[in-house]
Design a binder for this molecule. Structure first.
Ligand SMILES: C[S@@+](CC[C@H](N)C(=O)[O-])C[C@H]1O[C@@H](n2cnc3c(N)ncnc32)[C@H](O)[C@@H]1O
Length: 264
């Protein structure tokens, strides 16, 4: 279990595998850099390692599979989509590969530079990447989208309701929002948060502002006038969560919740 508690970067994954050591080194560098004050600066520091982790982390591979399932259900008729906090563009490219014109938005130029490179490899896809801080305060100049996705970003923002209202404003009527957020009920998260309080590591955890239950998500969606559609638990592919999953339901053995909602 001790190895599962070693510091990691970018995200709350208790991963096995070769990428972990490289990520720990990167986190050490980021922690030593006094410019790393917030989530955007932090992700700028670790952009390359974060992108590479999609090849090495079981939880990130699981992430892509889970998102594909939601996109299969909700992205079929979308023509224009935003990926909010798109990072290095993994999911934005999933949208574009489905023929959807995609606008990726992120605060980190370093993450966006990798996203632009990744998008170039898709060739012919209609993709734009914009450096903006979220939530966007004045959405008047932005086109209304059929679909907004936001993976593992909303928990870094100051206010969940402010983020949801921004996303709702950017959706056309009956447009769909899909986002993922850290699961408050995850036992591994509780353990890692405890370690973070004692040691300050892993560093990303100190930057996460929100850990939510499914009930809290439903409440915030309702308050933002968005209609809840469904949710699922994921990010349980690491060894620690796999062991817990022999005895407990996914609510307690998954680091993340993914939610779909609709604008009225
Ligand atoms: C954990 S990464 C997730 C990246 C991508 N969505 C994915 O799933 O691979 C979080 C991203 O949110 C971005 N981010 C965090 N806070 C932000 C803010 N206030 N405004 C814009 N981007 C932000 C970071 O720069 C980073 O790229």
């Amino acid at each position: 279990m001790a190895s599962a508690l070693r510091p990691r970067v970018g995200e709350p994954v208790l991963a096995d595998g070769a990428g972990a050591a490289r990520e720990q080194e990167a986190e050490g560098r980021a922690a030593m850099n006094s410019a790393v004050k917030d989530a955007v600066a932090f992700h700028s520091e670790i952009a390359a390692e974060f992108h590479a982790s999609y090849q090495t982390h079981a939880n990130r591979r699981e992430r892509v599979q889970v998102w594909r399932g939601f996109l299969d259900r909700y992205a079929r008729d979308a023509r224009l989509a935003y990926d909010m906090g798109c990072g290095t563009g993994i999911l934005a490219c999933e949208l574009a590969a489905r023929g959807i014109e995609t606008i990726g938005i992120d605060g980190s130029e370093a993450m966006l530079n990798i996203a632009r490179d990744t998008a170039r490899n898709l060739g012919g896809a209609k993709m734009t990447f914009l450096q903006r801080m979220l939530p966007i305060s004045d959405t008047a100049a932005y086109a209304r989208a059929d679909l907004i996705i936001s993976s593992s970003c909303i928990e870094y923002l100051e206010s969940i309701p402010a983020a949801l209202i921004c996303f709702r404003e950017l959706l056309r009527q009956r447009g769909v929002l899909i986002f993922s957020v850290s699961n408050h009920d995850s036992l591994s998260r509780k353990l890692v948060r405890f370690v973070n309080r004692l040691t300050g590591r892993p560093r990303y955890l100190g930057l996460l502002r929100h850990f939510m239950t499914a009930e809290e998500i439903r409440r915030d969606l309702q308050a933002s006038d968005l209609v809840y559609l469904e949710h699922a638990y994921f990010a349980g592919a690491d060894r620690f969560n796999r062991v817990l999953a022999r005895f407990l339901p996914p609510q307690f053995t998954s680091n993340m919740i993914i939610v779909a909602a609709r604008r009225r």
